[in-house]
Design a protein around this ligand. Structure first.
Ligand SMILES: C[S@@+](CC[C@H](N)C(=O)[O-])C[C@H]1O[C@@H](n2cnc3c(N)ncnc32)[C@H](O)[C@@H]1O
Length: 235
């Protein structure tokens, strides 16, 4: 029988996922800051301001912006196609890094968070046919953690052979029975672990004095790869 754990009205497949979210709630108390809609990663640190918890929808869709440094470091180690899809782009923190490195970036999200050029799209409903007439693109994102497994599977299912898929996920994503099945079916080619704790900022608000207690890694799949997974460190 499948168990569902519930916290803040959100369902979780595992107790660990639910505890993660509880922990994040404690770590980032409900005094968060309203993010200026036009915010890009030019200056990622935002001063504290008014509460944004009236905007429930944001939290429901799991918005934690990635420290752009995480992608800068990955790009020193991995090369990607010129055409990249940031399929859960949020405030564009990763898209901006990719653009800076000369990539042609398609930025989509289920919610418009004010990032210029965002196409509204539920990634999990996109079909192969929907993208058949477009450039094939590598996929790079930090997906909503609650649907991390679904994002990985879906990205692999709709992409042509050879597509690279890079997902920024917790190191903890390695554990769990369902995810073990995913790793058996689709072994990542490389996992780059962060040896220091990088920040993912709730609602896109990076606070200068905040530190992170969560360990992250970049998981890299190459569609069709069936060998062993190599683990490296990216910082
Ligand atoms: C963890 S945040 C990461 C944002 C951005 N990728 C980054 O790294 O800064 C996850 C994002 O996924 C979006 N999202 C949630 N469900 C989605 C879906 N089904 N399709 C597309 N985007 C989704 C959320 O709106 C949120 O912006």
């Amino acid at each position: 029988m499948e168990k569902i754990f519930v916290f803040n009205n959100s369902p979780y497949n595992t107790c660990e996922d639910m505890l993660d979210e509880c922990y994040d709630e404690v770590k980032t108390p409900k005094k968060a800051t309203k993010v200026p809609e036009s915010k890009t990663n030019n200056n990622i640190f935002t001063p504290l301001g008014a509460s944004n918890h009236s905007n429930k929808k944001r939290e429901e869709h799991d918005y934690y912006a990635t420290d752009p440094k995480a992608l800068e470091l990955l790009l020193e180690l991995e090369s990607f196609s010129n055409y990249v899809w940031e399929c859960a782009c949020g405030g564009g923190h990763l898209s901006e890094v990719l653009k800076k490195h000369g990539h042609d970036v398609k930025s989509t999200d289920i919610i418009d968070r004010g990032y210029e050029g965002t196409e509204l799209m539920d990634f999990l409903t996109v079909t192969k046919e929907d993208i058949a007439n477009e450039h094939s693109r590598d996929i790079i994102t930090n997906p909503p953690y609650k649907y991390g497994k679904e994002f990985v599977e879906h990205a692999l299912n709709i992409s042509p052979e050879g597509t690279k898929i890079a997902m920024f996920l917790k190191v903890q994503f390695l554990e769990g029975k369902a995810r073990k099945a995913l790793f058996n079916k689709y072994p990542p080619k490389t996992i780059y672990v962060s040896s220091s704790r990088l920040l993912c900022a709730k609602n896109g608000v990076f606070k200068e004095d905040e530190s992170s207690a969560i360990a992250y890694a970049w998981y890299i799949w190459e569609k069709g790869y069936a060998g062993d997974t190599i683990i490296k460190w990216f910082n």
